[in-house]
Design a protein around this ligand. Sequence first.
Ligand code: CUA
Length: 357
Amino acid sequence: MRIPPAARRRLGRLAPLLGLVLLVLAGCAENYPQTTLAPKGDFARAVDTLFRSTVWWAAGVFVLVEGVLLFAIFKYRERPGGPEASQFHGNALLEVIWTIIPATILVFIAIPTVRTIFRTAEPPPGDPLVIEVIGHQWWWEFRYPEFNITTASEMYVPVGRPVDLRMRTADVLHSFWIPQLAAKRDVFYGRDNRLWFTAEEAGVFSGQCAEFCGIQHGRMAHRVIAAAPADFDAWVARMSAASAPVPVFDGDSLALAGQALFATRACVGCHALRAVDPPPGLVGPNLANIGGRLTIAAGSLPNTDANLARWLRNPQEYKQGVLMPNLGLSEDDIRALVAYLRTQRVATLPPALAATP
Ligand code: CUA
């Protein structure tokens, strides 16, 4: 179809408007798992409050300045036969006014900013739950000294109790970030960094490494599962019981074959299947409860049999550069390993959260 030139010009003029409409409509989407604008934790709320107050100040300045500008443009525009505009240079009074006003606004922004910085840098309030967070290329390890539990990629926290994160890295710089619960904070080698937050409601919250840390930085995600205190206690109890791999039912020959493979192939050299007292020095993520987790591959793939098989077939295909090499497994081996890993399920999402995406 040929578009006449006049129509084409009209469409060309409409394009920016169309773009703007699309941008505005994009703001109406409801599912932004990593939004910073819907805080569900005290730390994130403090940052959000600060952000909003700054936006209001900025909006006020914008409306005032643009309003005066438009007023001047229209009111004093050149008209045919009109008088010549008065010619002058500088106005001390105006200069003083428009120096004092912004300086005052900056004071009003600086006071709550500094107050928030100090508040969030203080030790956490109340009786906090300590969780050690260790960044690895490219996954997050979580340890609960209070319960002697180690896990990876999915952090459970109780709603209403402050969580005190002691964070470091095993290799390069990473940055731990859970947008809806807390701000981001870098992790360093040989130095503990701290971050705390209190989840205000139950939910599954997405997080993401926020500091470029190598080729798979983009696939270094994690989830924080904020559970009602009773559900959190149940998770702790079930993970605490995971002091050995889940035994396989005698009749499940496929899973038994997978169990044998896990012990004889390279798997067991890098991964522990128990959350309690895992052998030290393992370089792969702890796999206790791998059958019951939401995600695999550091929070970047849903935990389905198909994705597990895809991962086992060749981890380098999905996540080039990870430590886990292509083990050259046969399709039969892969099926057996998937069946076995699926039996390693001690805890699943609390029913109250199961409907959460
Ligand atoms: Cu770890 Cu980016």
